[in-house]
Design a protein around this ligand. Structure first.
Ligand code: NAD
Ligand code: UGA
Length: 457
């Protein structure tokens, strides 16, 4: 039986960093070490300018860092010292070979497993924190158990359900924590070690235990169900625009049914983020590999609907701006995939920006936290792209504004001043339905919300 005191996390990203920081804060009797191969990222974690923006994260890191939380690039020493290792490396969609475009790319994961087997000198509990295809733990166990040192390795699945922008809140007050283990004496004992850690701050009845395959699969299914709700309401937004129904009213009406619930029914230009698309594609691939074509097709439709929603948004812009955007300047208000994060992975703003440039529009990008990421995302694109932190400056000489992210600070801008700065007739496409559409129409804008009547002059 492995008794846990020293905890390592491999991967200091959006999940590894915040997750371990909150654990360290809540469990002062354990030591937490977060390692990464990316020196810049580790340097940033050790500075006052953390590598990710997440409300509340600075305070948590400041309290725990230097007490029972440290960051370094010393991966192998970290492994040697640890009793429990969380593996939180990236698991992107595979871009080559068998399953390209759908399956998870497990190369970082497997390298980590082999390295743990190679450098370990004591027995360990290895925890899958990354999102992985169901039955990955089987491969993990086989790699770890192939060590010739007679060490014991127990593999647990502890998928992470935090959402970016609310990560600290989600970690402090999770709806549930899920831990999957082998149903053997040693597997259950390892599971109990992790249960003990979470129970330092999470209610007992919220710490769910399961068999390891259920835990792995539940993570993919949770993301698929959440994304499915967004695609469902987005499909209805197109129907609302055709019928003079109002998608926000439909959302409220159906969400009031407690069997349906009100969350994740906000129609938008489409969902983004590093995980929904990749995890659904992974689910599709897994279903296909078990010969379940109908199941695969069912879930693939969630992504098809998301692509359709983004394309529809751009088509609406082109059609309403007299079928030509060439030479027109368009303000992209928001570039992050959602509010309260600087993350732009799979942001619908990337798709929209590319399409506008293809139409030979000039684009100016404004976002309170995501300008650096936007520069990185668009660096290989040709065309007239500029970046401006000040929305008023950004609106100068623009023909249109496209709201891409639901940042609170965009709701209260002085749209009269922005309208004054713009070429007339001025257009406003609200991809997040965050503005008071009547008010901005009264200012003089031609307004195009999602799933509602347009307000034109
Ligand atoms: P990320 O890309 O931000 O971080 C992953 C880190 O792992 C990177 O810093 C990378 O340098 C490091 N890494 C890769 N290989 C390594 C190795 N061999 N040794 C040491 N470090 C290594 O990714 P993320 O967003 O934190 O996601 C990590 C996992 O968690 C993914 O499987 C993802 O699906 C899952 N997940 C993400 C979120 C989210 O909100 N981002 C939420 C739940 C689950
Ligand atoms: C999502 C899940 O919510 C987390 O539980 C999960 O852990 C995480 O994926 C993951 O595995 O990475 P995240 O992608 O950070 O979290 O953000 P969400 O709040 O889920 O938003 C995803 C996208 O859907 C965003 O672009 C958001 O704007 C969009 N969305 C969300 C809508 O368009 N409408 C909604 O009603 C809700």
């Amino acid at each position: 039986m492995i008794k846990v005191k020293n905890i390592l996390c491999i991967g200091a990203g959006y999940v590894g960093g915040p997750t371990m920081a909150v654990m360290a804060l809540k469990c002062p009797e354990y030591n937490f070490h977060i390692v990464d191969i990316n020196q810049d990222r580790i340097d940033a974690w050790n500075s006052n300018d953390l590598p990710i923006f997440e409300p509340g994260l600075d305070e948590v890191v400041q309290q725990a860092r230097g007490r029972n939380l440290k960051f370094s690039t010393d991966v192998e020493q970290g492994v040697k010292d640890a009793d429990m290792i969380f593996v939180s490396v990236n698991t992107p969609t595979k871009t080559f070979g068998l399953g390209a475009g759908e399956a998870a790319d497990l190369q970082y994961w497997e390298k980590t497993a082999r390295m743990i087997a190679e450098v370990s000198e004591t027995s360990k509990i290895v925890v899958e924190k990354s999102t992985l295809p169901v039955r990955t733990a089987e491969a993990m166990s086989r790699i770890l158990k192939s060590n010739s040192k007679n060490l014991e390795f127990e593999v647990l699945s502890n998928p992470e359900f935090l959402a970016e922008g609310t990560a600290i809140q989600d970690l402090l007050l999770p709806d549930r924590v899920l831990i999957g283990s082998e149903q053997t004496t040693n597997g259950l004992a390892a599971c109990q070690e992790l249960v003990n850690i979470y129970q330092e701050w999470v209610d007992k009845d919220k710490v769910l235990t399961a068999n390891i395959w259920s835990a792995e699969l539940s993570k993919l299914v949770a993301n698929a169900f959440l994304a499915q709700r967004v695609s469902s309401i987005n499909s209805i937004s197109a129907l609302c625009e055709a019928t003079e129904a109002n998608v926000d009213e439909v959302s409220i009406a159906i969400g009031a049914d407690t069997r349906i619930g009100s969350k994740f029914l906000k129609s938008s230009v489409g969902f983004g983020g590093s995980c929904f698309k990749k995890d659904i594609l992974n689910l599709v691939y897994i279903a296909q590999s078990y010969g379940l074509q109908e199941v695969a097709d069912y879930w693939r439709q969630v992504i098809i609907m998301n692509d359709y929603q983004q394309e529809r948004f751009v088509l609406k812009m082109i059609k309403n701006m007299f079928n030509t955007l060439a030479g027109k300047k368009i303000l992209i208000l928001g570039f992050a995939f959602k509010a309260n994060t600087g993350d732009t992975r799979e942001s619908p703003a990337i798709f929209v920006a590319k399409k506008l440039l293809e139409e030979q529009a000039s684009i100016v990008i404004c976002d309170p936290k995501a300008i650096d990421s936007a520069k990185h995302d668009l660096k290989d694109l040709e065309g007239d792209i500029s970046y401006e932190l000040d929305p008023y400056e950004a609106s100068k000489d623009c023909h249109a504004i496209a709201v891409m992210t639901e940042w609170d600070c965009f709701k209260d801008l002085d749209y009269q001043s922005m309208h004054n700065n713009m070429v007339k007739p001025a257009f406003l496409f609200d991809g997040r339905n965050i503005l008071n559409h009547q008010k901005v129409h009264d200012i003089g804008f031609n307004v195009y919300p999602i799933g509602k009547d347009s307000l034109t002059h």
